[in-house]
Ligand binder design. Structure first.
Ligand code: MRU
Length: 348
């Protein structure tokens, strides 16, 4: 089963809010509902969000009652605004919407139905390519993993964060399938617990041994030599190699550097945003304080009534703390600028 797929004009996705307890499939036929599913994190993880955005644009094309090409293009531009507003940080969301609009505006598509057909095909192609790209990242990244490694991993970067397979967790899975013995220390990843809920669920299915650790135990494991490598994904990478990823990645990378442990980011080129010179320009989503105060999301907050909280969902790790950036087009090492340009150019 993929994380998200298209079936007879309907977008289907695993509702990740229900995992690991239940596998519930959500179904949508309206692009606004798909945008809401991204905001509310039915689906999350940068490449999965990109695929959802692609399918949302295909739905918008089918929903539109426009009979002319121009009318449909107007409706698609409006839908694009709705989809772009779903979440601010993951570059893949904007990349996918732009890719879909680029197809819609092709001069060779002269009537509305031709545009509709092309958009459905493009969304499907984008999702299929995501799987193939994940496997290439996996193969490139697995060269960095040795037999016997213990790997510290942050957030969820597996099949659930992509259409299938994964970014950083895809690398770990590939190394495991190559026969390397690996142990994973799974950061629980507060406040949404993507590590404890989703990464542990995936690792169990792959038969990869792991232990969940609280996020603030990571420094202990790095300091005592019990973690040999750190792997994480990214939501956006700036032109200089600064990496925006799930909140806590910065502290993890600092602790890794202080202890001489390599820290690897694994990203498809669709996550690299060469228009931003550095990570200071990456928009950081701040989500509801309720996610921090009511960790179990059961309406029974941990904190005293009336407590306030802050909830930045991402942070930026400066490129000086990143050992290498693994992409589907190769492993980029510092200085990152020229290498990132080359892997993005190779993707065009
Ligand atoms: O808030 P989320 O769960 O969408 O955040 C996801 C992450 O930060 C992942 O680590 C990131 O998307 C890269 S892996 C696909």
């Amino acid at each position: 089963m993929r994380t998200i797929w298209w079936e007879d004009g309907t977008v289907k996705m695993i509702d990740q809010r229900q995992l690991p307890h239940e596998v519930v499939i959500a179904e949508f036929t309206d692009h606004r509902e798909v945008a809401r599913s991204i905001t509310e994190m039915y689906i999350r993880g940068a490449p999965a969000i990109g695929a959802a955005a692609g399918f949302a644009m295909a739905l918008a094309a089918l929903e539109s009652t426009a009979t002319t090409r121009e009318g449909l293009l107007n409706d698609l531009e409006a839908a694009a605004e709705t989809v772009r507003a779903a979440r601010p940080t993951a570059a893949n969301l904007f990349w996918a919407v732009d890719r879909m609009l680029g197809v819609a505006h092709r001069g060779t598509l002269t009537d509305a139905d031709a545009v509709r057909e092309a958009l459905v095909a493009e969304a499907q192609a984008l999702a299929d390519e995501d799987v193939e790209i994940s496997k290439r990242m996996g193969a490139n990244g697995a060269t960095l993993i040795n037999d016997g490694d213990t790997i510290l991993h942050h957030c969820n970067t597996g099949a659930l964060a992509t259409v299938d397979w994964g970014t950083a967790l895809g690398v770990i899975r590939m190394a495991h399938e190559q026969g390397k013995r690996i142990h994973v220390l799974v950061d629980e990843t507060r406040p949404r617990l993507q590590g404890a809920r989703l990464t542990a669920w995936e690792l169990q299915q792959y038969g990869i041994p792991y232990d969940i650790i609280s996020d603030n135990a990571a420094g202990y494991f790095l300091r005592t030599g019990q973690a040999h490598k750190v792997f994480f994904g990214a939501d956006r990478v700036a032109a200089n190699g600064d990496v925006a990823n799930k909140i806590g990645t910065y502290m993890l990378s600092l602790a890794a550097r202080d202890n001489g442990v390599p820290a690897y980011a694994v990203v498809p080129t669709s996550t690299i945003d060469l228009s931003l010179p550095d990570g200071g320009h990456i928009p950081i989503e701040e989500r509801s304080p309720d996610e921090v105060l009511d960790l179990q999301r059961q309406g029974r907050p941990l904190a005293p009534a009336g407590a306030s909280a802050r909830n930045p969902a991402f942070d930026v790790t400066p490129h000086r703390l990143v050992t290498a950036i693994v992409t589907e087009n190769g492993v980029v090492r510092p200085p990152f600028g020229p290498g990132l340009q080359a892997v993005v150019a190779a993707a065009r």
